[in-house]
Design a protein around this ligand. Structure first.
Ligand code: PMP
Length: 289
């Protein structure tokens, strides 16, 4: 940010972030009882808005919280928030909790949800990363069994990602019962036998919007790809590993647990996919997609 005051949205009002307060009895604070979304904004337009709103609905259904707005109202609120903030490219963060109530696990009755949104300038990974890639570590996926819900209760993800930070790495790859699920804050793709592999969307991973883009681009451009379970052995002997997310797009992972992935450099399929992703973004900006 420059010195412009960031404008956020809280429960029906736009305000400077310094004025946005939530009561301590908010169930988001007390229980982590809520869901969120992160939507990239290119040239001031939300990217894949229907898909993000569909995933939001899936998360809300998963925690049995009524969607407070129609898609049209959400779209209008996003437009207002984007207009009030800096940057042609932004990332919009939306957070809904089960509201403020006396501390009790049971759902409160007739309590309005807390709705919070902010939007910050979107900074995509620096170009140098494409030359070197990033390091990753691996860990057992010890999260719950509803990782398809974009829950604000991120303590397991925070602890898992910190393992990477402590090791000077960028991401932690998660393995459950001998299979790859995803990263602590991203989806993971594997290249083996010159084929792009992606774990299937199940309750064990977040259905990434970027994950969908990557698979669509692979299909559209004749890149051999398969969606199937990926073994730990396949991860450890991969030609290439990539991480994907809305803010990082696609980033090559060049070491895993201190050992080189493939030849230790970003691979040819990564470079191809990166170029396709940038072309696709240009088309999105031009309004052609
Ligand atoms: N998995 C997890 C656990 C995440 O937190 C994220 C987003 N940061 C993703 C996958 C990627 O999802 P998306 O492409 O929609 O950003």
């Amino acid at each position: 940010m420059t010195d412009q005051i960031q404008t956020v949205y809280l429960n029906g009002k736009f305000m400077p972030i310094e004025q946005a307060y939530v009561p301590v009895l908010d169930r988001g604070f007390i229980f982590g009882d809520g869901v969120y979304e992160v939507i990239p904004v290119y040239s001031r337009r939300p990217f894949r808005l229907p898909e993000h709103l569909r995933r939001l609905q899936h998360s809300l259904d998963g925690i049995r919280l009524k969607n407070p707005h129609t898609d049209e109202v959400w779209a209008d609120l996003f437009e207002q928030l984007i207009a009030r903030n800096e940057g042609e490219d932004q990332y919009l963060y939306l957070h809904i909790t089960r509201g403020v109530a006396k501390r009790d696990h049971a759902f409160p009755v007739n309590v309005p949800p807390t709705i919070f949104m902010m939007s910050s300038p979107l900074v995509t990974p620096p170009e140098a990363l494409r030359a070197t890639g990033v390091a990753a570590v691996s860990a057992l996926d010890n999260r719950w069994l509803r990782c398809d819900i974009k829950a604000i209760a991120l303590l397991p993800n925070v602890l898992l990602r910190q393992l990477a930070i402590d090791a000077g790495a960028a991401e932690t790859l998660l393995l459950r019962d001998g299979f790859l699920t995803e990263g602590a804050a991203s989806n993971i793709f594997v290249v083996a036998n010159n084929t792009l592999l992606a774990p299937p969307k199940t309750h064990l991973m977040l259905p990434g919007i970027t994950y969908d883009v990557i698979l669509e681009l692979a299909a559209a451009h004749g890149i051999p790809h398969q969606v199937r379970e990926i073994t730990e052995q396949e991860v450890r002997t991969a030609q290439e590993l990539w991480q994907t997310s809305s803010t990082r797009e696609v980033v090559p992972i060049t070491t895993l647990d201190g050992k080189p992935v493939g030849n230790g450099k970003p691979g040819p399929l990564f470079h191809k996919m990166y170029a396709l992703y940038q072309d696709y973004k240009r088309a999105v900006r031009a309004g052609g997609v």
